[in-house]
Design a protein around this ligand. Structure first.
Ligand code: GDP
Length: 370
């Protein structure tokens, strides 16, 4: 049975938040019951991590009342969001994503120069495997353990329910809340399988592909589409006996990047080497992100890209809503199965059947007349 406060604190498998004390659970379970919409928004704007986590739980909820409240919260946080660098990070399982994020997180949250305080980092994940198989590549193991203990970091695993489109939408909303809570560096991680890279690319300013040597030609070919999205390729595990091979892989990757059309943002994608084990290349990696944001803010691409993204999100939400309404419409549900059978058995064409259904949807006649 769920203890009071558990859902508020989101203790889920794979969530690396340290075990809360009974006192903390009591405090937050009481808080959750009494938190109004305004208190939640105020809590987020104050940077209260427990309240931020609760609000993201609302975003992920499938209950209509929760969704409604979540929408109000996101709307109120919107004017305080956007002031961040959003970085997407992808790579095949084992490439070293969580190890690199752990290092990057330590670099960003730490004091990089004397007197210059560290910055807050939020790590969000989109894991298509959690929807397909119920299992999860990104969430099952305990990841980023030391970053998770930092009070400058907020780590949230992928929502475990819903289609990729729904999960991406929730992650986008979670990202806005994190920004409102003062997280100026947002890292959105995904596994290099399925369509999730495109979904992440659609919500970030900068896209990083972490790769490794010896992945084989077949895999490199498969990754072509992802390489084309990358602003930076980091060949990881540049340490020990691996150094020469990693350097070779880096120069091959850089050569391959030249064959892609030049992106409209004015940036020339590049490849570098890094090691999450020795910390080599981590600062360079982030400098590259900063160089990119400097360039694209100066040439206007940064805000144009975000505007384009928000417009496409709106259209995506409309498409999802229409699809859901269409599929749950009683008249459609009544006719869909029979028409699918007619199409399969050649009694009508896909086109005609689809048109019939669309006509029923836009002009449903009283039952019995169709
Ligand atoms: P992910 O699945 O992409 O998140 O990969 P992980 O970060 O979990 O790393 C997979 C394995 O590679 C782990 O055993 C890590 O310890 C190891 N690893 C990650 N980065 C490095 C690195 O820079 N050098 C070496 N030698 N091993 C690494």
């Amino acid at each position: 049975m769920t203890k009071p406060g558990e859902s508020a604190l989101r203790i889920r498998p794979g969530c690396v938040t340290p075990e809360p004390s009974p006192d903390l659970i009591a405090r937050y379970s009481k808080r959750r019951r009494s938190l109004s919409h305004q208190q939640t928004v105020d809590g987020i704007l104050r940077g209260d991590r427990a309240i931020l986590a609760q609000a993201i739980t609302l975003i992920e909820s499938s209950r209509a009342a929760d969704r409604e409240l979540a929408e109000l919260i996101v709307e109120d946080c919107l004017p305080h969001s956007g002031n961040s660098i959003r970085v997407g990070i992808t790579g095949v399982p084992g490439a070293g994503k969580s190890s690199v994020i752990e290092r990057l997180g330590a670099y960003l949250t730490g004091e990089r120069e004397i007197g210059k305080p560290g910055q807050k980092v939020a790590v969000l994940a989109i894991d298509p495997s959690s929807q397909l198989s119920g299992g999860s590549i990104l969430g099952d193991k305990t990841r980023m353990q030391s970053l998770a203990t930092s009070d400058m970091a907020f780590i949230r695993p992928s929502p475990s329910r819903g289609s990729l489109g729904g999960v991406a939408q929730r992650t986008r909303e979670a990202m806005l809340l994190c920004e409102a809570a003062g997280y100026h560096n947002i890292l959105v991680e995904t596994v290099g399988v399925g369509q999730s890279e495109t979904a992440v690319h659609e919500m970030v300013d900068f896209f990083l592909l972490i790769t490794l040597t010896g992945a084989g030609d077949e895999l490199q070919g498969m990754k072509r589409g992802v390489m084309e999205l990358a602003d930076l390729i980091a060949v990881n595990k540049a340490d020990g006996a691996n150094l020469a091979a990693v350097e070779r892989a880096r120069s091959e990757a850089e050569n391959a990047l030249h064959y892609f059309p030049r992106p409209a943002n004015g940036w020339t994608p590049r490849a570098l080497t890094c090691s999450a084990q020795t910390n080599r290349g981590i600062a360079e990696l982030w400098n590259c992100v900063l160089e990119y944001t400097g360039l694209t803010k100066a040439n206007g691409w940064f805000s144009v890209n975000r505007q384009n993204q928000t417009r496409r999100w709106m259209r995506e939400i409309i498409e999802q809503g229409l699809k859901q309404r269409f599929e749950s419409h009683p008249a459609i549900r009544r006719r869909m199965e029979a028409l699918e059978r007619d199409v399969e058995e050649g009694r009508t064409t896909s086109f005609r059947a689809a048109r019939t259904l669309l006509e029923i949807y836009s002009d449903p006649k009283p039952a019995g007349t169709r």
